[in-house]
Design a protein around this ligand. Structure first.
Ligand SMILES: *Cc1c(COP(=O)(O)O)cnc(C)c1O
Length: 434
């Protein structure tokens, strides 16, 4: 058997994995056109023609909405501000609880805090890594106002049972679809399966505008409230009269014309990217499904996947070495990664969010414990053990590869699968290593 590279053997591959190239000639031309117009943002934060932004911002929003049949699309300057806007729009108030996964980017949960909402963390399904109607139901109380569903890694959460549960309890549902643009669930696009949805346009996402975000909804009142929060709502309420004045203190979350012009071009590229990733993922899954010690991701029925990253489950008992050593051994078979995007395997995703200081010490807004002080009789315990599946994934089982993406090829997936297979074949040698 070939000696492992980590033990001084020859690595399987030395040629670098190619990086993505995200900006092309079309984006360059789109930016130059905006430059020529000399109008880099046409927003005014007061009533009149321009409170909804300029030509490119409107074009980008219409284009996104039309592509998926959403009634409204509202661009903002990040998905983080999109989530905060959505929390404000659905009317979260101080002391209201928002149920969310702890296995996501921190903003999925902190968005609630900005309006005095209290994140309550639901555990995930061990096969799809999404929260489910069952795990959500266990967290519902008389104080629950909303559910923040994250389509993690790009796989659509099982929304039908979640929506049935939400409607039964009168809860609002926000979809954090930052990792799942263009994904369908039972034939319907994510984003408007709940009340309001959000996409990210930061550099690391499938398509991007440097920084940026997009909110989508089929509810006209929610759309109006989002548009107002994005752009100094307090100056607009008399003119545009939202149904409720709560949370109508706005900010400046506006996208520039330059970003919107880039976004229009990027949106045209999305379908090809998704198809490419699907093809690579199918190939890698076929290769990994024959191996003992790792499992490819499972797809829930009716759920599409965008493969923002490709999750691989590690089975430490079967292999007999801790995940850290396994990942190190696989990566040693592959070229050194100059950039995170070029790594073969990444160990774990984020730490369960509730273990962060903001929840451990319950210090979020100011220093006196707000918003938890709103419910002095409730013992919010963000302790270890809150979500056992998330903790198991984080500590022992989750591995991710960022290689399932354009412009890589099936050959590259074979190299990754070969490296994993080689390490598994030599697990005895690996057990003896330190
Ligand atoms: C990237 C991401 C965000 C935040 O996106 P930004 O545009 O960087 O603010 C939120 N939620 C999830 C799940 C993400 O992956």
């Amino acid at each position: 058997m070939a000696k492992l590279a980590i033990a001084g053997g020859t690595p399987l591959r030395t040629a670098e994995f190619k990086m993505r190239r995200t900006m092309g000639e079309e984006e360059r031309r789109a930016v130059l056109d905006v430059m020529a117009s000399d109008n880099l943002s046409a927003f005014f934060g007061s009533p009149g023609d321009q409170w909804l932004g300029g030509e490119k911002v409107k074009e980008f929003e219409h284009k996104w909405a039309r592509k998926y049949g959403f009634k409204h699309a509202i661009s903002v300057n990040s998905a983080t501000t999109a989530l905060t806007t959505a929390i404000g729009a659905v009317g979260v108030e101080p002391g209201d609880e928002v149920i969310v996964s702890p296995y996501t980017m921190s903003a999925s949960a902190t968005s609630a805090l900005f309006y005095g909402g209290i994140p309550v963390f639901a555990d995930i399904d061990p096969e799809t890594f999404n929260i489910t109607a069952e795990t959500i139901e266990r967290c519902i109380t008389s104080r629950t106002k909303a559910i923040m569903v994250v389509h993690i890694f790009g796989q659509a959460a099982d929304m039908d049972p979640i929506m049935a549960l939400a409607r039964k309890h009168g809860l609002k549902v926000i979809e954090d679809a930052a990792q799942a643009p263009g994904v369908y669930y039972k034939g319907r696009p994510v984003g408007t399966l709940g009340d309001i949805g959000s996409f990210s346009l930061n550099y690391h996402k499938h398509i991007h505008t440097g920084e940026g975000g997009m909110l989508v909804t089929n509810d006209g009142q929610l759309a109006l409230r989002c548009q107002m929060i994005r752009n100094h709502a307090e100056n607009l309420v008399e003119a545009y009269q939202p149904e409720s004045l709560s949370n109508m203190v706005g900010s400046n979350y506006r996208l520039t014309e330059l970003q919107a012009a880039i976004g229009c071009v990027q949106l045209d590229r999305l379908d090809a990217y998704l198809a490419h990733r699907q093809r690579l993922a199918d190939h890698l899954s076929r290769r990994l499904s024959g191996l003992d010690g790792v499992s490819p991701p499972k797809l829930a029925e009716g759920a599409g996947h965008a493969y923002y990253v490709y999750p691989i489950l590690y089975h430490p008992e079967a292999v007999g070495v801790p995940r850290e050593r396994f990942v190190r051994a696989v990566n040693a078979e592959l070229p050194p990664a100059g950039h995170a995007e070029q790594k073969g395997l990444i160990e774990a995703y984020v730490r369960p969010l509730y273990l962060a200081q903001v929840y451990q010490k319950k210090i979020a807004i100011g220093s006196k414990g707000f918003p938890w002080t709103m419910n002095p009789d409730v013992d919010y315990r963000y302790e270890k053990g809150t979500c056992p599946v998330v903790e198991r994934m984080h500590e022992r089982q989750m591995m991710l590869t960022p290689l399932v993406r354009e412009p890589l090829h099936e050959r590259d997936m074979d190299d990754l699968a070969d490296a994993i297979a080689k390490v598994l074949d030599n697990r005895d040698e690996l057990r003896e290593l330190r």
